[in-house]
Design a protein around this ligand. Structure first.
Ligand code: SDX
Length: 446
């Protein structure tokens, strides 16, 4: 992939004037000016290093805690326009994929860059389906967790442990090996998630049924009891498939930044994606869907929403499931999820927390505090209500986010590996600590 940014561009307008795509920076400490090329509306941070006061200086850096305005890579996987509420996977709108595609087909699109032909989809489905079983030894350490262990902790450690079963995974620049690990990771995530869930219930593990769809088999491994064959409810099966499509990738979010950062050390994909699952676990990221339901329970009734909103505006707490680093408009996924929610509630009965959620949204969309900060419902605001109505405990909600995001993480990880500009991630720092000090013997310390 030719990702190198071209150097200085010049463009000639209709009137014949030439425009140089550069920015000129004048360092007022020295009076010197520097012309830096602009490419894709960005400058290279390394071009700042020439700006010095003294020749022996290190040179200028950019300072951007939490990467509010720093592009870490060039990517061709997912495009988001936060102001317009646009989300596209490889150029296809999330609305169209949610309506017409399946999760496995969408995962193929993210990973290979194109929608599959019928033959390619058949081959992809066959390979993922025939990698859903896990090594029997894995049951031994799943059994070692406490009954009340959080499933995310179990999934993080089990995915990391898979690296000890597949030594070929270290051959990361071998495309065939990456394909094999991709089948295993996409295929085994639902199995490991379901086994973790069954462990918390003290129920026997249910093995994959390769005749079922990807979401259907997941429901089978979660909820089958004494019936000979599990038959997933088609409404819940499709609802889960749509939710998986919506969660499959989201450009350079916290967990994707993690899989790229850890992957840049050239570790195997099991270790890199286990780190991503750990990042997703956080309540500010994929763990928010769990926190939303806890928050709605804490609010307790529609009548108590104004009192809670007052606490949010006082900075005492957050309205979980609201706000987004990129979306300064309604998260397009939240809009689709809200529609899926009503379809699930029609079948399973309305979630009693829905009225409280709708009242939070109604107030927030009118209140100056939220409007000024452009805080809208994000992907996590309504998902928890759906999962709860489908019978999942809140601790499983972030796991339901991690399963589909696996394909996005792998696609981003591969893009990083194949990008000739990428190297091991190693940010700089601005050091404001002590200069130099001499070691003081303990008796001289105060
Ligand atoms: C996901 O990045 C992705 O793409 C992530 C994701 C994906 O698909 O991978 O979309 C999935 O993680 C969705 C986000 C789930 N998290 C939550 O719902 C947790 C609640 N939301 C916030 O913590 C927050 O909105 C973030 C973390 C999502 C975004 O944080 P930012 O961009 O760093 O924004 P910020 O914290 O600087 O907030 C700006 C202002 C602040 O107020 P002021 O200091 O200006 O007075 O808005 C306020 C914040 O206090 N604010 C909130 C708020 N979110 C931001 N106030 C109340 N409730 C909130 N939820």
């Amino acid at each position: 992939m030719d990702s190198a940014l071209p150097t200085t561009q010049t463009k000639t307008s209709e009137t014949g004037t030439t425009r140089r795509d550069t920015v000129t920076i004048t360092d007022n400490r020295t009076g010197k000016s520097y012309e830096l090329p602009i490419t894709h509306d960005a400058i290279r941070a390394m071009d700042l290093r020439q700006i010095k006061v003294h020749p022996e200086d290190f040179g200028m850096m950019s300072y951007d805690p939490a990467f509010n305005n720093t592009a870490s890579c060039i990517s061709r996987i997912t495009y988001i326009d936060g102001d317009k509420g646009i989300l596209r996977y490889r150029g296809y709108s999330i609305e169209e994929l949610a309506e017409k595609s399946t999760y496995l087909e969408t995962a193929y699109l993210l990973l290979r860059g194109e929608l599959p032909t019928a033959a390619q989809l058949k081959d992809w489905q066959y390979n993922v389906t025939h990698h859903t079983f896990i090594h029997e030894s894995i049951k031994k350490f799943l059994d070692g967790f406490h009954y009340d262990a959080h499933p995310m902790g179990m999934v993080i450690s089990t995915i990391a442990a898979l690296s000890t079963f597949y030594n070929d995974a270290k051959d990361i620049f071998n495309e065939e090996s990456r394909r094999k690990q991709t089948y295993r990771l996409v295929g085994k995530m639902p199995t490991i998630a379901a086994f973790a869930y069954r462990h918390t219930l003290g129920m026997p593990y249910v093995y994959p049924d390769n005749d079922l769809s990807y979401p259907g088999n997941f429901l089978n491994m979660l909820f089958r009891t004494s019936e000979a064959r599990y038959r997933p409810n088609p409404t819940l099966e499709r609802a889960l498939d749509i939710l998986f499509i919506l969660h499959a990738d989201h450009e350079q979010n916290c967990s994707t930044n993690t899989v790229r950062g850890v992957g840049s050390s050239h570790v195997d994909p099991y270790s890199a994606t286990a780190a991503a699952i750990a990042a997703l676990y956080g309540p500010l990221h994929g763990g928010a869907n769990e926190e939303v339901v806890r928050m709605l329970h804490e609010i307790g009734s529609v009548q108590k929403v104004p009192e809670f909103i007052k606490r949010v505006k006082a900075g005492e707490t957050k309205l979980m499931g609201f706000g987004h680093r990129v979306y300064k408009n309604y998260d397009p996924r939240a809009r689709i999820i809200k529609r899926v929610a009503y379809e699930v509630f029609d079948l399973m009965g309305k979630n009693p927390l829905l009225e409280i959620a709708l009242e939070c949204e109604r107030i927030a969309l009118e209140d100056e505090y939220f409007v000024k900060r452009k805080l809208y419902p994000n992907v996590d605001f309504y998902t928890g209500l759906i999962y709860q109505s489908m019978g999942f405990p809140t601790t499983m909600f972030p796991v339901l986010f991690a399963i589909p995001r696996m394909s996005g993480w792998i696609a981003q990880w591969e893009e990083l590996l194949l990008d000739p500009e990428q190297k091991i991630a190693r940010p700089r720092q601005i050091y404001l600590g002590y200069d130099t000090r001499s070691y003081a013997p303990i008796e001289q310390r105060l």
